[in-house]
Design a protein around this ligand. Structure first.
Ligand SMILES: Cc1ccnc(-n2c(S)nc3sc(C)c(C)c3c2=O)c1
Ligand SMILES: [Fe+3]
Length: 321
C-alpha cells in the first residue's frame, strides 16, 4: 500500500505548477501573442484593433473571483454572432450530443442569448458556476498548453472575450467569444464533462513537457473536437464542432477518418489547427472517456499525485512513497 501524505507546500517538484488561484492567475495573463498576424482578417481594421485592445485590457487586469467586466459589441458584431447562432441553433438537435441539447436551452434563456444579443461573459460564467463550479476567466488570446491546462485543474476556463472579424463570420483561426459561448460553455455546465475537463488539468500539474503535448492532443480530440456514440448515431461534443456551422455537418460525412477514442490513439495523431479536422475520435460516453483519462494520467511520470481541494480551492500534493 502506498503511504500518501500531504506535502505541505514542498517546492521540490522538478516542474513548477500553481497550487492556488493566486499562483495560477499569472499563467492566464501571458498570451502567446500580442499582435495579430498580418493575414488576420482584422489586422488592418482600426475599429477591430480597438476592440481587441479593449478585450486585452480587461483580460490582463482581471483578477479571478471578481465579476468579468461587461463588453460592448457593435451592431456589426451582434449581426455576426446572430448569423452563427441562428444557423447553429437549427443544427444542434440533430448533430449535437444529448448532454448539450439538455443544457443549451437553459443557457440561452438564462443568459438572454439571441440573434440580437451577445451574452456577457459574466452572465455565462455565473450560469456555469451554479451547475459545476467552473468559472470563465477572460484571456487576451491563445495561451501555452501548460498555462491553459493548469486553469482547468482549478475549474477555471480561460475564455476569449473578443469576437472574430465581421468579414469572416464562419471561420476563425483562433478561439473567440462565439467559440467559447456556443462551443465550450454549455458542456462546462455538465457535471461529468466538467469532471473530465478538470482531470485533464490535474494530470498536467507538474507533468514533463512531452506529457503536456500528449495531454493537449487528448484535449484536442475530446474537449475541442470530440464526437460520441448515441443510439441515433454520432453526435458532436467538442467545442470546435459545436461552434462551427460547417464542421458540425462535415464530421458526419464519409470524408474524415473516425477511430475509437483512446488516449493512446490521440497522442499519436497530428492535428491541424486550421481548417477541418481529418480525424475524429469517437467516445462511447463521457464516463467511459473519464475512465480512460484517469488510466492515462496514472502513466504520467510524476513522483507525486495531486488532488484538488475545493474548500481551499488549492492543489494538494500527495507524495507517493
Ligand atoms: C490545448 C489547448 C490549449 C489552449 N488553447 C486551445 N484552444 C482552444 S481551447 N480552442 C481553440 S479554437 C481554435 C481555432 C484554436 C486554435 C483553439 C485552441 O488552441 C487548446
Ligand atoms: Fe476551444
Amino acid at each position: 500500500v502506498k503511504s500518501l501524505e500531504v506535502v505541505q507546500g514542498g517546492r521540490n517538484d522538478a516542474v513548477w505548477f500553481p497550487r492556488t488561484l493566486e499562483e495560477m492567475n499569472p499563467c492566464l495573463t501571458r498570451p502567446l501573442y500580442a499582435e495579430l498576424e498580418p493575414s488576420h482578417p482584422g489586422a488592418k481594421d482600426p475599429d477591430y484593433l480597438a476592440h481587441r485592445k479593449k478585450c486585452w485590457d480587461v483580460a490582463q487586469n482581471y483578477t479571478i473571483g471578481t465579476p468579468v467586466p461587461r463588453m460592448e459589441y457593435s451592431e456589426n458584431q451582434v449581426r455576426t454572432f446572430g448569423a452563427i447562432f441562428s444557423k447553429l441553433k437549427t443544427l444542434y438537435p440533430s448533430n449535437a450530443c444529448k448532454e448539450f441539447n439538455e443544457i443549451f436551452p437553459d443557457l440561452v434563456q438564462e443568459c438572454n442569448i439571441s440573434e440580437e444579443y451577445i451574452p456577457q461573459m459574466e452572465d455565462v460564467s455565473q450560469f456555469v458556476k451554479k451547475r459545476t463550479g467552473f468559472t470563465l476567466r477572460p484571456v487576451s488570446a491563445l495561451l501555452s498548453a501548460r498555462d491553459f491546462l493548469s486553469a482547468l485543474a482549478f475549474r477555471v476556463f480561460p475564455a476569449t472575450q473578443y469576437l472574430r472579424h465581421t468579414s469572416s463570420p464562419f471561420y476563425t483561426p483562433e478561439p473567440d467569444l462565439c467559440h467559447e459561448l456556443l462551443g465550450h460553455c454549455a458542456l462546462l455546465a455538465n457535471p461529468e464533462f466538467a469532471q473530465f475537463s478538470q482531470e485533464i488539468g490535474l494530470a498536467s500539474m507538474g507533468a514533463p513537457d512531452e506529457y503536456i503535448e500528449k495531454l493537449s492532443s487528448v484535449y484536442w480530440y475530446t474537449v475541442e473536437f470530440g464526437i460520441c456514440k448515441e443510439s441515433s448515431g454520432r453526435k458532436a461534443y467538442g467545442a470546435g464542432l459545436l461552434s462551427s456551422v460547417a464542421e458540425i455537418q462535415y464530421f458526419l460525412t464519409d470524408e474524415p477518418t473516425v477511430k475509437p477514442f483512446e488516449p493512446s490513439t490521440a497522442i499519436k495523431e497530428v492535428y491541424p489547427v486550421e481548417g477541418f479536422q481529418t480525424t475524429y475520435l469517437l467516445a462511447d460516453s463521457f464516463s467511459d472517456a473519464l475512465q480512460k483519462i484517469r488510466a492515462f494520467a496514472a502513466t504520467i511520470p510524476r513522483p507525486f499525485t495531486v488532488r484538488y481541494n475545493p474548500y481551499t480551492q488549492s492543489i494538494e500534493v500527495l507524495d507517493s512513497k
